[in-house]
Design a protein around this ligand. Structure first.
Ligand code: ATP
Ligand code: MG
Length: 205
């Protein structure tokens, strides 16, 4: 019997996507022999509902631009099209329906892994995917409180980059070259994004 297709799922707000996201996905793809990694930009994220988040279309297009050159990367619109707040249980259920013969690997940084127990319907999450927790500078990576065998911890090259940091840099007039792909520097500039981070939302799409 052939082994099931292995598909990685990298969920995120991607506001903007940066090299920390891309390195995490690339490392896990290689280490686990994943056929594809699907980047899944959130709808209106519930953890961040109180903050201003760029439009789904801007975040989607940045994700497409950043991943276009890697034949193993693609972008899914499931969370954007479902609308409303994104719950990972819905992301994984929809993707399992789209790829019924696949084993899903949900990739998550150490900060997000720490919060998993607060996620919606956590007891069902681990039936839908195997979780891969990756190292992230500034956060401890541990799976002590998570069900045995449901999570694999992976050390990846340390990239001390966050989307929040990138937004702050743009609004403060500092460069984001080499923190994000070149096309993202240009997209941010073309769309005038993050210039007033923390004061008012980015321009409507
Ligand atoms: P924000 O500052 O807006 O929260 P972020 O940089 O944390 O943005 P998200 O879109 O929130 O990016 O993260 C998506 C996923 O990528 C999460 O699982 C997060 O832990 C992981 N991730 C983000 N940045 C890194 C990084 N530098 N190294 C490893 N994992 C990362
Ligand atoms: Mg984050």
């Amino acid at each position: 019997m052939s082994r099931p297709r292995r598909i990685g799922v990298m969920g995120g707000t991607f506001d903007p996507i940066h090299h920390g996201h891309l390195v995490a996905a690339s490392e896990v793809q290689a280490q686990f022999g994943l056929e594809q990694v699907l980047f899944v930009p959130t709808g209106q994220p519930w953890q961040k509902g109180h903050e201003d988040v760029s439009s789904a279309e801007d975040r989607y297009l940045m994700t497409v631009i950043a991943t276009a050159s890697n034949p193993r990367f693609s972008v899914s619109r499931v969370d954007i099209e479902r609308g409303g707040p994104t719950y990972t249980i819905d992301t994984l259920s929809d993707l399992q329906r789209q790829y019924p013969d696949a084993q899903l690997y949900f990739i998550t940084g150490a900060d997000a892994l720490e919060q998993i127990l607060s996620w919606h319907r956590v007891e069902d999450l681990f039936d839908l995917a195997h979780f891969i927790g990756v190292t992230r500078p500034g956060y401890a990576l541990d799976d002590e409180h998570l069900p045995k065998g449901s999570v694999t911890l992976v050390e990846i090259p340390a990239m001390s980059i966050s989307s929040t940091g990138c937004r702050q840099r743009v609004s403060g007039g500092m460069p984001v070259w080499y923190l994000v792909p070149d096309g993202i520097v240009q997209y941010i500039s073309k769309r005038g994004m993050y210039r007033t981070f923390g004061q008012s939302p980015a321009p409507e799409w």
